[in-house]
Ligand binder design. Structure first.
Ligand SMILES: Cc1cc2nc3c(=O)[nH]c(=O)nc-3n(C[C@H](O)[C@H](O)[C@H](O)COP(=O)(O)O)c2cc1C
Length: 404
């Protein structure tokens, strides 16, 4: 597999591979971004910068676990803690000078609904040497209280206004990062395109309350004030593997609505497989935050190797050839075929006799599975083909066949 097969054209820029750090702690400063650039990442979106540096609560990250496994995270942190000047006078020029030449650096900016701020920030970042600009109209916590972030991103008129303003400030490729905290992303994406966006990034985090410490009746994450005050919390942004289905939904919906518009897919990408899922629903670059925070920048090696091997195995000769591959197979519920009936069939070789499907089918299904000779057997005349047995089977031992 030659590495140039992983190159991709996106909003007029050539990426050496589609993997970027999203705007978040792994892209918090030049030192972090340069380390990722040298390890092979295709690009990075800098931690969002606004006119005033952020002072964050501590603690500001919370976990969702199943047993010991981390399956999601939320955060209540805001934007870059360093002044704009540090980015424009030091970090952006340093990254552009020291990173490999083909590493793409995107400047994420945020301002109030007043257009002047967006135009000025876009223009300043352009002068500093960024390769593209991303508008953060999607942070779901803190920012909306100040009429910023998702406050703008939930209103198509404001999205169009601020995009138009940023467009005035730059000739660089302009991306708008969209919020999943809306019923329908399509009108918001349309407003961004009408305002002059060259591409869309989706998704930012999902507004959430990550969990409650029931011993002290306190929501996570605990933000501590001065002792002896009780910790308090607030709603945050949920991310990581658990949000992937939400990201795939929104990316596929905007890709279907605006064919040909470059989309940077974000939300729960953690390996080559989830990366390919996003490509297949219409993304052509991929942004990652949580997986880099949990496992480090080194995941890039496995992702590049994995995607290369997949392409070779399946005969894809470019990243672009995978983009949108799954979209023609998404239709409306009404258009889905309901007949003829399908039924479950258990593979005797794969079934380990764990009985998970038997229990699930008895109480959540159609009482169609029983044990026989140490393996699960489906009574096909009773099975309704709902799929619950396959959902709970840990050994991929169930397939679906037409009723004979
Ligand atoms: C701690 C933290 C800080 C973040 N800060 C920003 C930010 O400054 N700007 C932004 O556009 N998105 C921010 N995000 C959102 C991520 O860039 C990304 O959209 C989201 O986490 C979903 O991707 P993931 O599932 O790979 O984490 C942040 C996420 C986390 C976890």
């Amino acid at each position: 597999m030659t590495l140039d097969k992983l190159e991709v054209e996106f909003a007029g820029l050539r990426f050496r591979n589609p993997f970027m750090l999203s705007s978040a702690p792994p892209a918090m400063d030049a030192r972090h971004i340069l380390r990722a650039a040298r390890l092979g990442w295709g690009g990075a979106v800098i931690k969002t910068v606004t006119e005033e540096p952020t002072v964050d609560p501590r603690v500001r990250l919370g976990a969702l676990r199943q047993g010991k496994n981390l399956i999601g995270m939320n955060n209540i942190e805001l934007l870059s803690r360093e002044p704009l000047k540090t980015w424009t006078d030091d970090w952006i020029p340093t990254i552009k000078r020291e990173a490999p030449e083909d590493f793409i650096l995107v400047a994420s900016i945020m301002s109030s609904p007043e257009p002047e701020g967006w135009e000025a920030l876009a223009s300043t970042m352009t002068a500093a040497g960024a390769d593209a600009i991303e508008l953060n109209v999607s942070c779901p916590h803190g920012s909306p209280e100040k009429h910023m972030g998702a406050f703008i991103g939930q209103n198509p008129d404001l999205v169009k206004d601020v995009t138009r303003a940023a467009r005035k400030g730059t000739d660089l490729p302009l991306l708008v990062k969209l919020t999943p905290n809306v019923t329908d992303m399509v009108p918001i994406a349309e407003a961004a395109i009408e305002g002059g966006a060259d591409g869309l990034s989706a998704i930012n985090t999902v507004e959430s309350l990550i969990g409650i410490d029931v011993e002290t009746a306190t929501p996570h994450p605990f933000a501590y004030g001065d002792a002896p005050s009780e910790p308090m919390s607030t709603y945050g942004g949920f991310c990581g593997p658990s949000v992937r289905p939400i990201g795939l939904r929104f990316v596929s919906q905007i890709a279907r609505a605006f064919p040909g518009t470059p989309i940077s897919g974000i939300g729960g990408i953690e390996d080559w497989h989830s990366a390919v899922e996003y490509l297949m629903v219409g993304a052509s670059t991929l942004q990652i935050c949580t997986a880099a925070m949990w496992m480090g920048y080194g995941i890039i090696k496995e992702m590049l190797e994995g995607i290369g091997q997949f392409m070779e195995r399946k005969g894809y000769d470019s990243i672009q050839s995978m983009v949108g591959k799954a979209l023609p197979k998404i239709t409306s519920w009404t258009a889905l075929p309901k007949l003829p009936p399908l039924v479950a069939k258990v593979s005797e070789e794969r079934c380990t006799g764990c009985k998970k499907c038997v229990i699930a089918c008895a109480d959540g299904g159609y009482v169609a599975i029983q044990m026989s000779g140490g393996v699960a057997v489906v009574k096909q005349d009773i099975c309704d083909g709902c799929g619950l047995c396959a959902v709970v089977c840990p050994d991929s031992a169930i397939e679906f066949v037409h009723l004979q």
